[in-house]
Design a protein around this ligand. Structure first.
Ligand code: BGC
Length: 425
């Protein structure tokens, strides 16, 4: 029995219904649990908050700092156990199914009507539509598609280090890292937090094994692949890259490492395109002040990460109306454009004019469409798209222990990965 199902049996549904909204509410109040707290993320969230307020609803912000959302998920679970769920929460991927299966997200809150009125079935990329539905009912509202397998580059730092062009393979990446190191620049900016370690690890697995091997590892959870030679090679590559990171990276937030690349202290950051939101917030221009390239060795593949707000099972009519308002706003043409320009992602609607977006977003949209045709598009493990949270947690533990132990053996780590995943299943 997984964590949420256990939670479901322990908490009676009756205890979930929040008390009536406060007297100050006019049309209704919606409290939203999320982890969009960096300057760039906040700028994107502000677009949503402002629209909800303009529509006459009260927005109660339950922002829980911590990239990747592990802390937010812990807060969410304890709120639900205490019988105090928010109106909406940032929940993603297979986790949505688990919360829905446990009865916390209702299919009859009017989301299906909003979806019908606004043509979601036709407008949403099928990959995203599937994620936010449970038993053919919409239970969550999708916002965007992030690409995870990116590398963000400061071209000035590359120039100083005498690197002629962005790396396109792991060998070229090691080479560029060595040159940056010689020039006194931190080669690879990555904060030491489990989700960040695994964000890099999944890109390395993709580079070493290709999309089929990635799929077998993180979607099929195939033991032979998880414990095989190629997984050991991926761990060996990770170790090599860790040697080019700031030794004081422990606990550092992702946006602070993005700042290191922006100000030229570091040369490159392997991170999903929410990192671009920091460049945008710093008024930097894609293709000029910074470069985005697929993580070396993964061109043609695309690890996707769809952000969504799941709508909780509440009785308050005002909150229900506010949930529907958020759903309506989220898929609007104008909102999809402005929100995603700020967030660094691409629209989750397939009909948005991409000429209003920067070169990185345009490349992302094109690559997503192409990778979706031939199995190159894969769900991100590190960002809750591929597995449930217990399995993801097992991967995080093995990867972070490995990266922090200079004497760790790659072949042994692959064995540990297989065993840890088996135990979490
Ligand atoms: C979320 C992004 C967020 C990033 C860093 C990812 O898991 O999908 O929306 O910006 O974490 O916090």
């Amino acid at each position: 029995m997984n964590a949420i199902t256990r939670l479901a049996t322990a908490v009676s549904l009756a205890s979930l219904f929040p008390l009536a909204a406060s007297a100050a509410d006019d049309k209704g109040t919606i409290e939203v649990t999320h982890w969009w707290t960096s300057p760039g993320e906040n700028a994107a969230m502000e677009v949503l908050r402002n629209q909800v307020k303009a529509d006459g609803y009260t927005w109660k912000d339950n922002a829980v700092a911590g990239g990747g959302g592990s802390t937010a998920m812990t807060v969410l679970k304890s709120r639900v156990v205490a019988g105090n769920p928010p109106g909406a929460a940032q929940i993603k991927g297979p986790d949505i199914q688990e919360w829905a299966k446990a009865g916390y997200l209702i299919p009859d809150n009017g989301l299906d009507d909003v979806a019908k009125e606004n043509n979601w079935d036709t407008l949403l990329y099928p990959t995203a539509a599937k994620i936010v539905q449970y038993g053919n009912h919409y239970v969550a509202v999708p916002f965007n598609i992030h690409r995870v397998n990116w590398l963000w580059i400061n071209p000035e730092a590359f120039k100083k280090a005498g690197i002629a062009k962005p790396p396109t393979s792991l060998e070229e990446l090691y080479d560029a890292a060595a040159k940056l190191q010689q020039a006194g620049i931190t080669p690879i900016a990555l904060g030491g937090q489990p989700w960040q370690d695994s964000t890099l690890f999944e890109s390395v697995v993709l580079a070493v094994m290709g999309p089929e091997g990635y799929h077998k590892s993180f979607v099929d959870l195939d033991q032979a692949t998880l414990t095989g030679q190629k997984m050991a090679d991926a761990f060996a590559a990770l170790k090599k890259l860790a040697g080019y990171m700031d030794p004081n990276r422990s606990g550092k937030d992702w946006n602070l490492t993005t700042a290191d690349v922006i100000n030229g202290k570091a040369g490159m950051q392997p991170m999903g395109d929410w990192a671009k939101s920091e460049w945008t917030a710093a008024k930097k221009v894609a293709g000029k002040d910074y470069l985005c390239v697929p993580f070396p060795g993964t061109a043609g593949s695309y690890t996707y990460n769809v952000d969504s707000l799941a709508m909780f099972n509440v009785k308050n009519k005002g909150t229900l109306a506010a949930q529907r308002d958020v759903a309506k706003i989220a898929l609007g043409t104008q909102f999809q454009t402005v929100f995603n320009q700020n967030k660094g992602s691409i629209p989750v609607r397939n009909d948005i004019d991409m000429s209003q977006f920067d070169s990185c977003a345009q490349a992302s949209a094109k690559d997503f469409a192409e990778a979706s045709k031939d199995g190159g598009a894969q769900p991100s493990m590190a960002h809750n798209m591929a597995t449930n949270l217990p399995v993801q947690g097992a991967v995080f533990d093995v990867v972070t222990n490995f990266i922090n132990d200079k004497n760790a053996d790659p072949a042994k780590a692959a064995q540990q990965l297989g065993a840890a995943i088996k135990a979490a299943q």
